[in-house]
Design a protein around this ligand. Structure first.
Ligand SMILES: NC(=O)c1ccc[n+]([C@@H]2O[C@H](COP(=O)([O-])OP(=O)(O)OC[C@H]3O[C@@H](n4cnc5c(N)ncnc54)[C@H](OP(=O)(O)O)[C@@H]3O)[C@@H](O)[C@H]2O)c1
Length: 242
């Protein structure tokens, strides 16, 4: 019996660097996993990288949750395929470091805020009501160290990451009557992913983040409702057998 056996899950951003580790660990833990991406190519690549996992439980869909239309398309697809959801993980965003804030063109600012903040808002607005229909739905948002410590020349990422923490707090406050748990998992250091060559021994891998997220999703890790869980280093990880 695995910790997510029978769970119906959606990993938004599952084709991304960190998302890949989350999807792999969710599949290994017994979940059925829907993964959307705006790019069919990225979905095909993901399927190849997950060779060895139970791919019959991986359902991919070319869709983006950055717009209401895209998110509704994904919502209809999820209902058709699974009829309900137990867990949603939002591993949305990405990194940018280019210039000081005052030199960031408005168009670029809008694009970065759209990717790192607005897409989280649209995802939550679309899928939290579906989770709230369940007795014990779980919504987990990934976030990074820029939310806590300003990084020069990455201003739009710091601003949207900090705002994403408040977004979660607002959702927790406004949904406190519902039996849905909403948490942020904030990894304060870079994560070792498929395309990161240089790394430090205390950084977590995408698969370690994925396994930790699987435990959060299972309810086996005790979490304070609405908590932001911060991991600074591999040493803070409890031993988590699958
Ligand atoms: N990488 C790290 O070192 C690191 C460290 C700490 C925390 N984190 C956190 O982990 C999360 C994921 O980061 P990552 O490195 O995996 O980023 P990534 O590889 O760029 O993947 C991000 C995902 O977000 C989705 N996305 C971005 N903009 C979107 C939009 N406008 N509409 C819909 N989907 C959108 C992308 O979907 P598509 O597939 O459609 O492109 C992509 O799959 C972020 O919250 C980040 O803060 C990452």
């Amino acid at each position: 019996m695995s910790i997510l056996d029978g769970k119906k899950t959606l990993v938004i951003g599952g084709a991304g660097e960190v998302g890949e580790g989350i999807v792999r660990q969710f599949l290994n833990a017994g979940a059925t996993v829907v993964v959307p991406s705006r790019s069919q190519y990225r979905l095909d690549e993901l399927r190849q990288r997950l060779e060895g996992c139970a791919l019959s439980r991986l359902i991919t869909k070319q869709a983006g949750c950055g717009t209401e239309a895209g998110a509704m398309d994904l919502y209809d697809f999820v209902l058709d395929e699974l009829s309900e959801l137990d867990v949603v993980v939002a591993s949305i965003g990405g990194w940018w470091q280019g210039d000081s804030l005052l030199n960031v063109p408005l168009r670029l600012w809008n694009q970065l805020i759209e990717n790192s903040l607005t897409a989280h808002f649209v995802a939550a607005k679309t899928f939290l009501p579906l989770l709230a229909e369940k007795d014990d739905g779980r919504y987990i948002m990934l976030n990074g160290g820029a939310a806590l410590k300003v990084i020069a020349n990455a201003g739009p990422i710091s601003v949207s990451a900090a705002a994403q923490l408040v977004l979660k707090d607002v959702l927790v406050e406004e949904m406190k009557e519902n039996n849905v748990s909403i948490n942020t998992l904030l990894i304060s250091t870079p994560i070792i992913t498929r395309s990161r060559d240089v790394h430090k021994p205390f950084w977590l891998t995408a698969d370690e983040v994925g396994l930790y997220t699987a435990y959060l999703a299972s309810g086996d890790l005790i979490t304070v409702p609405g908590e932001t869980i911060v991991l600074h280093s591999r040493e803070e990880l409890p031993v988590l057998p699958l």
